[in-house]
Ligand binder design. Structure first.
Ligand code: SF4
Length: 295
């Protein structure tokens, strides 16, 4: 990956409190690489997160940041995008925040198609609260809240995103930060909602889904002659797990209208630019009309 900006531009110089070896370090690195590759300066991007180990990422990167309440980053990110359509809006949250507490928002974002990118740090466990089973925990996983093994069927984010109409679905592995950065950059290039589900080992609480466990199973779709345009083939890939796990772009459709494309209030341009322009050159009539429209 050739980066146009120096990734160090996004260093926040904060103390990072993740456990040594946590997959979240690679995701932080991957996001910086993707922003650098896409030539997006710190003021041009917003990261919105929720609650959980991974959501601390918003504090560890030097771009605009908003840590929201548990499970709610997607609606807030959608609102931010509607208010400033020029902003590159990225949601970063864990599997609990995204698929559990925020599960309904996840489904709605897939079908609404706002032009934002969601990176899910999927470690198949709740790490911050010390190791409870999460929506993506495999059936049978022994955790602090499932001492006899989880009895729930695991949430399948790829299949659910596909069924809900998402136009870009990719999976990456935190053990491969450069490939992950490519997936993030591809997702951000896609016009519309993009999901990057990242397999992110929690080295402290998930002793089953480790780096080695994933390394033995993952394979790259781009090396397997797979093409992401076929929805039926994507549905089959969404259900590969256990023996072999595909990473790469699973499904992509660049022809879907975005949510912003269809909001009439945006037909006259970016609301933030219009309001900024108004304050620069106030005209009473225009001011009154905007006041009626937005206040
Ligand atoms: Fe990472 Fe798990 Fe530690 Fe949280 S508890 S920082 S997810 S290794």
């Amino acid at each position: 990956m050739v980066t146009r900006l120096d990734p160090k531009l996004f260093d926040a110089h904060r103390e990072i409190t993740w456990c040594p070896g946590c997959g979240d370090f690679a995701i932080l690195r991957g996001l910086k690489l993707a922003l650098a590759e896409l030539d997006i300066p710190p003021h041009g991007a917003l990261v919105v997160s929720g609650i959980g180990c991974g959501s601390k990422l918003a504090d560890y990167i030097k771009i605009n940041g908003f840590m929201t309440i548990h499970g709610r980053p997607l609606p807030i990110a959608t609102g931010a995008k509607l208010a400033n359509t020029d902003l590159h809006v990225i949601v970063v949250n864990g599997d609990g925040d995204s698929y559990g507490i925020g599960g309904n928002h996840f489904v709605q974002a897939c079908r609404r198609n706002p032009n934002i990118t969601q990176i899910v740090e999927n470690n198949q466990i709740y790490g911050l609260t010390k190791g409870q089973y999460s929506p993506t925990s495999d059936k049978g996983l022994v955790t602090t809240t499932s001492p006899d093994g989880s009895i729930e069927v695991a949430f399948n984010p790829v299949a659910i995103a596909l069924a809900a109409g998402a136009g870009f679905i990719a999976r990456a592995f935190a053990g491969e930060p450069k490939h992950m950065a490519q997936m993030i950059a591809e997702g951000m290039r896609h016009k519309g909602y993009s999901l990057i589900d990242v397999l992110q080992p929690c080295v402290t609480f998930n002793r089953v889904n480790t780096y080695d466990w994933y390394r033995k199973r993952i394979y790259h779709l781009e090396d397997a002659g797979y093409h992401w345009a076929d929805r039926g083939a994507a549905w089959a890939k969404a259900h590969e797990w256990e023996e072999q796990i595909p990473v790469g772009v699973i499904y992509r459709n660049d022809n879907l209208p975005t949510y912003e494309d269809q909001v009439r209030a945006l037909e006259d341009g970016n609301p933030l630019s219009r309001i900024t322009e108004l304050f620069r050159h106030p005209e009473p009539q225009q001011y009154e009309s905007l006041k009626r429209e937005f206040l």
